[in-house]
Design a protein around this ligand. Structure first.
Ligand code: SAH
Length: 399
């Protein structure tokens, strides 16, 4: 920890770092061979050996490390991380006070000054997700900081360090404190979710969609037939049902999605038997629905940014227009399409262009009623707009 390593930044990148760009990219540094161990603290310096910023070395798909401080004298230790965690908590004060929401993000990577780490809160339990070996090397300092900053029932972790953010299954994600039941029940804007803290890569709910779920429940669901595609554990279906949807249909390829969706309905006192939960490839389902002339009042599209199934490969940047066209065909006139993507490789502008193209090719007409990016707890930096990967549009089909 004590020996910090100087890394010379190529002249054309110096201004970006001085200006607050947080990601230490591979191509911006002259000589990476100076640093060997992930987790090393590095000082970025210019051609005149002048200090620019301090960060750590950790290989992630996005880059080779993150800036942590602009103070040459800063020591990256538990005290440093305590400062970061405390200010992250302060920023989410309203979430901690809200009895109707007991699951939210507490620290969002570089958005809260600590790239490569996220911390989520689930009713007294904390989940740390490590995105590189480098940040995991700083685990002791970070855990000490978290423990001294919050009261907790228990702490869990997920390791996603193969460079592509893939989950490493350790068999046990428990770190310390008290073990959680599986599931624990958390609240989101008054709705319930079953959360499994130690059951594979994901806990069951993507917390970044909270504002979209609330809007569907409060504004769009009442009396409507709802098709939720790529439904995973059915979180959108549950909120639609809570909002008084006439019926929801959830479609996901993964076999486990059936029991997981039944569980989410049941913790909300909704009889899952009154809803349709279909384990199938969405693209097959669309064909079937078009043939049968099914029409829905509200269709949710929330595909992964990239997926390969037996018959199809889907890439959001290449195939979203096609997906939209299928959805448009089975949406009622005056119906709603909720189009969502977490693909970080295109902008909101490009995404709205996809919508434009899809309707144009079908001679349709539409109106965008609302759009969303990440919610407040998923804090992002002005200097790192790429961090705001979520794009959601609520579209009314006029024709
Ligand atoms: N909308 C969900 C999150 C979707 S995650 C939510 O709100 O929680 C992406 C999901 O897409 C995964 O559950 C995966 O099983 C599913 N999936 C990927 N390719 C698919 C396909 N071709 N057909 C159906 N589901 C698919």
């Amino acid at each position: 920890m004590l020996n910090e390593i100087d890394l010379s930044v190529k002249p054309e990148f110096v201004n970006d770092y001085r200006d607050g760009y947080p990601l230490i990219s591979k191509e911006s540094v002259l000589d990476w061979s100076r640093v060997t161990d992930e987790g090393s603290i590095v000082n970025l310096i210019d051609a005149k050996n002048k200090f620019i910023a301090k960060g750590y070395y950790g290989i992630q798909n996005k880059g080779y490390g993150w800036v942590l401080s602009y103070d040459a004298k800063e020591v990256i230790d538990a005290t440093y991380f305590t400062k970061k965690i405390k200010s992250a908590i302060e920023y989410r004060e309203s979430f901690f006070k809200d009895e109707n929401t007991t699951a939210f993000r507490v620290l969002n990577g570089e958005g809260d000054g600590v790239g490569g780490l996220t911390i989520d809160y689930f009713d007294g339990f904390y989940m740390l997700t490590w995105y590189s070996i480098g940040i995991y090397e700083l685990k002791e300092e970070i855990l000490q900081a978290l423990k001294s900053s919050v009261e907790y029932k228990g702490i869990y972790q997920k390791k996603r360090f193969d460079g592509k953010g893939k989950y490493l299954d350790d068999a046990d994600d428990f770190v310390c404190g008290q073990r959680a039941e599986s599931p624990i029940i958390v609240k989101e804007n008054g709705g319930n979710f079953a959360i499994h803290l130690d059951d594979g890569a994901m806990v069951g709910v993507f917390l970044d969609q909270k504002d979209v779920r609330k809007t569907i429940r409060d504004t769009y669901a009442k009396g409507k037939t709802v098709l939720n595609t790529f439904s995973y554990t059915g979180a959108f279906s549950v909120f639609a049902a809570l909002g008084g949807a006439k019926k929801t249909t959830s479609v996901d390829l993964a076999k486990r999605s059936l029991v997981k969706t039944q569980e989410q309905f049941s913790v909300n006192n909704i009889d899952a038997n009154t809803q349709d939960i279909i384990v199938e490839d969405v693209f097959n389902y669309f064909k079937y629905a078009v043939r049968k002339k099914f029409l829905f009042d509200l269709v949710v599209l929330d595909p992964p940014s990239f997926a390969r199934s037996k018959k199809h490969t889907f890439s959001a940047s290449k195939d979203y227009v096609k997906l939209l066209k299928e959805a448009i065909q089975i949406t009622n006139k005056n119906g709603i399409i909720v189009a969502s993507t977490n693909a970080a490789n295109f902008s909101m502008m490009t995404f709205s262009d996809f919508v434009f193209k899809a309707f144009k090719e079908l001679n349709g007409k539409y109106k965008v009623e609302k759009s969303f990016s990440l919610p407040k707890d998923f804090r992002v930096m002005d200097k790192f707009k790429e961090g705001n990967y979520l794009k959601v549009m609520i579209i009314r089909k006029i024709k």
